[in-house]
Design a protein around this ligand. Sequence first.
Ligand SMILES: [Zn+2]
Length: 221
Amino acid sequence: MAVLLLLCAGAGWMEINSYSETDQLRLARWSNTVVGADAIEVRAWYGYIRSSRGKVALKTLSFSGQAKVKVTEEIRNDSDGKTHYDWEWNEDLSTKREPEWMMVPKNYSNRIQFAGFNYGRFERRGGYYMGNSPNEVSVINLVLVPWPAVVGAFGIGPLWWMCERALRKWRRKRRVAMGRCGECGYDLRGSKGECPECGGKPRERMVREAHPTPEGLGGVK
Ligand SMILES: [Zn+2]
């Protein structure tokens, strides 16, 4: 519960922050392999989490294909076929670059727009990210989620828990005021001490509330 509350507060802070600056976490995974005297095979995947303008964007970009390049010693060293991992935290991007992809561009397909949520997909064949590469395939998936939805998702659990606790407390109070066991609701007006039904010990204060005076009890009948 504490973790959820913390996440909820964190999301709230990010939402407020997103109106004044853009933050981004970029994850990357790529590998380059030399496949000939003038060609390298490229496989790349990028994941972005970006917070801006009251929304959080999740974007993946992947592309692969062969690129025609003159394979120099430097490129040969760089294109070792190994998978590389990398991440980068960018703070306050808005001062450097417009947060242009806090919306789904019009040329994306499978566009979904619902209650502030957005989705779009973009597929391209042919050289784009890799220059002269006719067999390159690139795919972009973009999801936009309003920060309030994230705050709500983390906050609903703790809120439910607090409501239930308050409701339980109120029920117990009402039962005791009616001269019943606070735990199970058994009628305690004829008994003293523990509840014969569930063994619940009525607290001193509760007993006094339930039975103001011995005379009072008789007088009600
Ligand atoms: Zn009871």
